[in-house]
Design a protein around this ligand. Structure first.
Ligand code: BF8
Ligand code: SF4
Length: 644
């Protein structure tokens, strides 16, 4: 058995079991795909019309243009922004879904959801410019829901939330013509511009990519985060457990997987229903154990401390444990292979979204008006499936580790805040005095082309060793939870002296889990707050900060990367980069973007080298801010202290 597939100890034994059970996994299928198409990998094939498919010879010997005359640069830029369109659409449709639920709550069309965080509702109302004085919660709620939904179809002007960015950034977006008018509109315009025979100028195409991605980061994703906080509560630090050892031998195990917390929130509530618990007992189970995976899991973890069973590459292996009665899926990052894997076990895959059907699974359509009842129905199916679990087919890994998650921007503000009021002042001060060298956002997926979790962990360890505090979301955060980096003790063990000192004083881990992938918007808000607090420049691009997705795979990751860059954050991607076959297009992304948005993309598959690129960037920004000297002094003091 090859053990070069993951650094996670649960993987090798479960892959062995999968093989014995006759189950094919993502790694087997990748092997069958090899060698993958070189044109596709380089981003220089096009099938946008029926004169094609066309491909450009990267060696300059064969065709240098498509049938229509499109060059490699045009083709790669079009493909790249189509990825952004898909990613932004996925995040934003999620935002729309929760906004619709908010409206349903306001209109009394559902009694299963309520406003849990009124303070956040008021804050969002104020962001929308709603006058709140003298208005009741429901009136405010209605106005917020209407304005939130209007952001999607807005045709002119710009979306409201851009105003949450530093002023200088807003002006830059307007000047460059990349302030999104409406969330949907920019996505549609990408599809229009990339249709055969429309827009062919790589830079012009990439600018539209920026505009649509900003509609994601500062629009759809940010709305998703804020509305979920209103409905389900703004996360606060919470103790959780991670990895497949969170599955329980003697309980009904239900895995919630996907992205939207709408249904899973109800499942968590329904799991403590007395009748269902009694039913579970009558079937021989001691209880009902809900565990999460991917971003739905992150949402449940952040707000309820629900155990997180794993990240993207563990979804099939979770079923291979033979211990799961039901996998409940909603949208995004759900491998269609799950239904094949489940056929070898008693596990039921229950799909729930009207836009995401999986052949061979049980389909129970989700509606917000009967959400709780539906959650109960799903749990009942799982409970009744418990007696079908054959003991001899069960192998639950031992690996299970504690971690602290739940760091919303609001809690960072509070924990790292001043003595008398919440503010990021002490964070800024610690950056200025050099104890904290800079901030990194390390996010994104797993990809079977990279040893599972390895690049995340290598990169994050290198960053914190160099006093860079790491903010995380999505599968990257889950990787770090499993590796023991999301605990305060990790500061002493892995962080540099300066960062460790800050973490120990405040009692936080050096790596902070901010939630699901739509919660990357929390990173944008934190960055804006640091700028507004003062002393570190007047734009996000002035900050000693960088972003990365070392194991990315999804189109959503490209949209995130693009809105990081368009917001002024230097961003490094690993694995592969989708424009490598197009020289000019790559040059724009890697070098010329800085002239447009104040930040570039970079591609570096080696996680340590990538971390070094980030640190070099951070140091460059420190120098420009004139705070590089402060750091040298701190380091000198530390080594002096060690000598003593
Ligand atoms: O949105 S990190 S594999 S689960 S795409 Fe998917 Fe990537 Fe995981 Fe969440 Ni984000
Ligand atoms: Fe080929 Fe041009 Fe059609 Fe693309 S749009 S498939 S490059 S002819």
């Amino acid at each position: 058995m090859k053990n070069n597939r993951s650094i996670d100890q649960t993987i090798a034994p479960l892959l062995k079991k999968a093989r014995e059970d006759g189950v094919e996994t993502v790694w087997d299928r990748l092997e069958k795909q090899l060698p993958q198409c070189g044109f596709g990998q380089l981003g220089i094939c096009c099938r946008n019309c029926a004169m094609g498919p066309c491909r450009i010879d990267p060696f300059g010997e064969g065709a240098d243009k498509g049938v229509c005359g499109a060059t490699a640069d045009t083709i790669a830029a079009r493909n790249f922004i189509r990825m952004i369109a898909a990613g932004a659409a996925a995040h934003s449709d999620h935002g729309r879904g929760v906004a619709e639920t908010l409206l349903a709550v306001a209109n009394g069309k559902t009694s299963d959801y309520k406003v849990k965080d009124e303070q956040k509702l008021i804050a969002v109302a104020l962001d929308f410019g709603i006058k709140v004085e003298g208005k009741g919660t429901n009136e405010i709620l209605k106005e917020v829901a209407h304005l939130a939904l209007a952001e999607f179809g807005n045709q002119e002007g710009e979306i409201h939330y851009l105003k949450k960015a530093p002023l200088k950034r807003q002006e830059l977006w307007r000047k460059k013509g990349i302030a999104p008018r409406g969330i949907d509109r920019e996505i549609v315009e990408i599809m229009h511009r990339t249709h055969m025979g429309v827009d062919h100028d790589p830079e012009h195409l990439l600018l539209q990519g920026m505009r649509a991605s900003l509609g994601d980061g500062w629009g759809g994703s940010m709305l998703a985060t804020d509305i979920q906080d209103i409905l389900f509560g703004t996360p606060e630090p919470i103790l959780g457990t991670a990895n497949l050892g969170t599955l329980l031998e003697d309980e009904v195990n239900i895995l919630v997987h996907g992205h939207e917390p709408l249904l899973s929130e109800m499942i968590v509530t329904a799991a403590s229903d007395k009748e269902l618990l009694a039913l579970a007992k009558s079937k021989g189970a001691k209880g009902i154990n809900i565990v999460g995976m991917c971003c739905t899991g992150q949402e449940m973890l952040m707000r309820h401390g629900i155990p997180i069973a794993g990240n993207f590459l563990q979804q099939e292996l979770a079923v291979v444990t033979g211990a799961i009665e039901a996998v409940v899926v909603d949208i995004q990052c759900i491998m269609p292979a799950l239904s094949n894997v489940a056929q070898c076990y008693h596990t039921k895959i229950i799909s729930t979204s009207p836009i995401a059907k999986f052949p061979g699974t049980t389909y129970i359509e989700f509606h917000e008006k009967n959400a709780l009842q539906m959650a109960k129905q799903i749990i009942k199916i799982a409970v009744e499936n418990f007696p079908n679990r054959p003991a001899k087919k069960v192998n639950i890994p031992k690996e299970k580790i504690e971690h602290i998650s739940g760091f919303s921007y609001e809690t960072i503000n509070y924990l790292l805040g001043g003595l008398f009021r919440a503010s990021v002042r002490p964070l800024n001060d610690n950056i200025i005095n050099g104890r904290i060298r800079g901030i990194a956002g390390v996010v994104g997926c797993n990809n079977p082309k990279v040893k599972h979790d390895w690049a995340h962990i290598e990169m994050v360890k290198e960053l914190i060793k160099n006093d860079v505090i790491v903010l995380q979301t999505g599968c990257s955060a889950i990787a770090c939870a499993k590796a023991g980096l999301l605990v305060p003790e990790a500061a002493k063990k892995y962080a540099g002296a300066g960062l460790a000192e800050v973490c120990e004083t405040v009692g936080i881990p050096p790596v902070l889990n901010l939630g699901s992938c739509v919660d990357n918007s929390r990173i944008l808000i934190a960055a804006s707050a640091v700028v507004k607090e003062g002393g570190l420049g007047d734009d996000i691009s002035d900050l000693p900060a960088a972003g990365a997705a070392p194991e990315w795979m999804s189109e959503k990751a490209i949209s995130i990367g693009q809105y990081f860059v368009a917001s002024g954050v230097f961003t490094v991607f690993g694995v592969t980069f989708p424009t490598l076959g197009a020289k000019e297009t790559s040059e724009i992304l890697f070098k010329k973007m800085e002239n447009i948005s104040g930040a570039n993309w970079a591609y570096e598959p080696d996680p340590i080298k990538a971390a070094k690129l980030m640190i070099t960037h951070i140091d460059k920004k420190r120098k420009a801010l004139g705070i590089d000297k402060a750091r040298e002094r701190v380091l000198f003091d530390m080594s002096k202290r060690r000598e003593l």
